[in-house]
Design a protein around this ligand. Structure first.
Ligand code: CA
Length: 234
């Protein structure tokens, strides 16, 4: 764990909640930046480069959905915890689908929010420790993650989708360790709408065709029966 003070952006327009969150988070040792106008959220992200965002759904200027989408479009990967009012609960699937990592329904207990913040930061920290990597070699197969391209020793090239690059980055961050399908669903797909463990298997199989010389007998991206997958790196 890094000792660096973690920065949290709170995007919320309800003054009493802003006050409570700022007070609580600062007393827990976080550096807190607040934004009350949705239209200013992205600028604040660019200025402060936060470690985590708490994002209200209903905001003046711009909605939490739009902000979340913009933040992810700009390739920021920090965790986002969305705050929704009770009657907006139905929208949680949409929220997770556009890249929020978690959500809480108002009114919520501050202790529970703190616990979730800690969990998200811990996970983000583990994820970023090993990477992101730009280049990876699996035997004679070269994977350029910056250019999203795989080159086989016979010169054949494959394009990688954004999801495949994300999947590889996650596998690398946990290389030589068993990874369950649920772990991949949670951390690579973030439980997006309509994904299930079958989605994971389909993507792994497509990825193998690109990065393995013999996809039917994978040497690197192996299946651990009853457990999940593992990326073997030496
Ligand atoms: Ca609001």
């Amino acid at each position: 764990m890094s000792d660096k003070v973690k920065k949290i952006i709170v995007v919320e327009d309800e003054p009493s909640l802003v006050f409570t969150l700022q007070d609580t988070l600062e007393s827990e040792g976080y550096e807190v930046h607040t934004v009350t106008d949705g239209a200013k959220a992205l600028d604040k992200v660019k200025q402060t480069n936060p470690d985590l965002m708490i994002l209200d759904l209903m905001l003046p200027g711009k909605s939490g959905y739009d902000i979340c989408q913009e933040v992810r479009d700009q390739k920021y990967t920090f965790p986002i915890i969305m705050l929704t009012a009770r009657d907006q609960e139905i929208d949680k699937v949409a929220g997770l689908n556009i890249g929020a990592d978690d959500y809480m329904t108002k009114p919520f207990g501050v202790k529970e929010l703190l616990a979730r913040i800690k969990a998200r930061l811990r996970r983000a920290n583990a994820y970023s420790k090993a990477g992101p990597v730009e280049m990876l070699k699996l035997g004679d197969v070269k994977i350029d993650l910056k250019e999203s391209r795989v080159t086989k020793p016979d010169g054949v090239e494959h394009e990688l989708s954004t999801r495949e690059v994300e999947l590889i980055q996650y596998l690398v961050s946990k290389s030589n360790q068993p990874i369950s399908r649920d772990d991949l669903l949670e951390n690579v797909w973030r439980y997006e709408y309509s994904t299930n463990t079958r989605t994971v298997d389909v993507h792994i199989s497509k990825l193998r065709a690109k990065i393995e010389i013999q996809p039917d007998e994978p040497r690197y991206l192996v299946t651990l029966h009853g457990v999940g997958y593992m990326l073997r790196l030496n």
